[in-house]
Ligand binder design. Structure first.
Ligand SMILES: Nc1ncnc2c1ncn2[C@@H]1O[C@H](COP(=O)(O)OP(=O)(O)OP(=O)(O)O)[C@@H](O)[C@H]1O
Length: 448
């Protein structure tokens, strides 16, 4: 929509805007513009500030009330710069100074279109992520998970840095999202980055951005993820994998709140809450000089330990139903979705890959069973055969040394509510050895 009381401009826009590929409603005054806004929805309105009936600011305010997504642009003479600034404060996208050239209007409409396309792409992506990931609901009613939920509730509203500990696939990213969503930053970005997935040479520019020409291949300026997350939360997954050189740089950012793009001298202030996660034992890494002690203390003022799935095996049925409903695009999983024989198999597995492994098993089952309840025969064969092997072993009375060791570890973990340091002490081994043994089993299970 174009609103201006100058007849010559009205004629020009009626003629030229369609030639540039736009459909336009031309209004001679503010009241006509408001009536048009009540009847139609526009991608963009261009309004003169001084118009009879209702001035441009009044039209923009009305537009923002009835159609908040419509972009508003003001036309102003040089003398009314202050009013143009006021219009920007009322939510205008931009302003044009009269006499404006057609090319300027064309460039501006192009920017409005690009912004609209980006917003739509972003919405489509959010929708896709949500349908893949489901709404970030933490399933689990075991005491261990209730404790996790309570900790999230307590620490989320603060600005505190949080360190989430737990084996791979236990839901560390889900907890980080929950912390963000229950914080005052929820309407700002949540940016997740896996520190182990990026080569050492790229990680600095990925986190802090770079200046054009800062290194070979830096063909353009690039904003880093800390800036993208400004006002929101950054989730540094697998923080234990961060190279030592980057650990020092990250510590500086956490202490000063300032980032420096690669190749730039000046620093930029950012307001980002940092949440980190690792499946590694940072204390042991510090002892072996693989991780900076000062950084460890900077990121762990508050720790949330996520128990492995075998430590909260009673959560498996609910989790399995939830993951199945998510996979089938249903809002909720009910009891009848998984038959009792399948539940028995799921309960007898050790789950070295935790909830992620369970999600894969459920995906496998849905491929074999498109509708109706999942039964034991739909589960991957190695799960059922492992259950049978277990039963056979009991009958035979023979058991391997590794299995015996694992049973002892599991029993000790159960006795100690999943507390690994306590279990290690009880078993008379170091914490590191305990982790190594759990990881060995996990690797064996995954390659089985
Ligand atoms: N308590 C839970 N309730 C519902 N879904 C869960 C839960 N825990 C994990 N999941 C699901 O399991 C999958 C793995 O979770 P996530 O990626 O958060 O694990 P992670 O611990 O961050 O793994 P990694 O250490 O490998 O990065 C995701 O699809 C997640 O939605």
């Amino acid at each position: 929509m174009f609103a201006d009381d100058e007849p010559s401009l009205q004629e020009l826009m009626k003629l030229e805007l369609p030639r540039l590929g736009h459909r336009v409603t031309v209004c001679p005054d503010g009241l006509t513009a408001i009536a048009a806004l009540d009847k139609n929805t526009y991608d963009c309105i261009i309004v003169d500030l001084d118009m009879p009936g209702r001035d441009g600011i009044g039209v923009i305010s009305h537009c923002k009330d009835v159609s908040p997504e419509t972009e508003a642009v003001v036309l102003t003479g040089k003398s009314s710069m202050e009013t143009a600034i006021a219009a920007l404060r009322h939510g205008a996208f931009d302003y044009l100074t009269k006499p404006c050239k057609l090319v300027e209007i064309q460039a501006l409409l192009k920017r409005v279109t690009e912004k609209r396309q980006l917003t739509q792409k972003c919405r489509a992506l959010q929708h896709r992520v949500q349908s893949l990931e489901g709404t970030p609901r933490l399933i689990g009613n075991t005491p261990a998970m209730q404790k996790v939920r309570l900790l999230i509730e307590k620490v989320a509203p603060s600005n505190s840095t949080v360190l989430i500990l737990g084996e791979t696939g236990t839901g560390k990213e889900l907890v980080a999202r929950a912390l963000h969503e229950q914080s005052t930053r929820a309407s700002n970005p949540f940016v997740a980055i896996n520190c182990g997935a990026l080569p050492e040479t790229l990680i600095e520019s990925e986190l802090f951005g770079h200046r054009k020409g800062a290194f070979t291949g830096a063909d353009d300026h690039r904003v880093g993820l800390f800036e993208v997350a400004n006002g929101g939360t950054i989730f540094l997954d697998e923080i234990g994998e961060l190279p030592k050189s980057m650990q020092a740089k990250l510590l500086r950012v956490l202490e000063s709140g300032e980032i420096r793009r690669v190749g730039e001298n000046k620093t930029t202030q950012v307001d980002v809450r940092v949440i980190c996660a690792t499946h590694r034992d940072l204390q042991a890494m510090v002892a072996e000089e693989e991780f900076r002690e000062d950084l460890m203390y900077r990121i762990n003022p508050f720790e949330i330990y996520l128990p492995s799935l075998r430590e909260r095996i009673q959560d498996v049925p609910n989790l399995a139903r939830h993951l199945l409903a998510r996979h089938r695009g249903k809002p909720q999983g009910d009891e009848s979705l998984i038959a009792p024989d399948a539940i028995d198999v799921l309960l007898s597995h050790v789950w070295p890959g935790n909830v992620r492994e369970l999600a894969n098993v459920i995906e496998h089952a849905t491929i074999l069973c498109d509708s109706g309840p999942i039964r034991a025969e739909h589960l991957p064969q190695q799960l059922s055969s492992r259950q049978l092997q277990g039963a056979a072993k009991l009958r035979r009375g023979a058991i391997s040394l590794r299995d015996l060791e694992m049973e002892a570890i599991q029993e000790s973990l159960e006795r100690n509510d999943g507390n690994k340091p306590k279990a290690a002490e009880e078993l008379g081994i170091s914490l590191k050895t305990l982790y190594n043994k759990l990881n060995q089993v996990s690797n064996l299970e995954q390659s089985a």
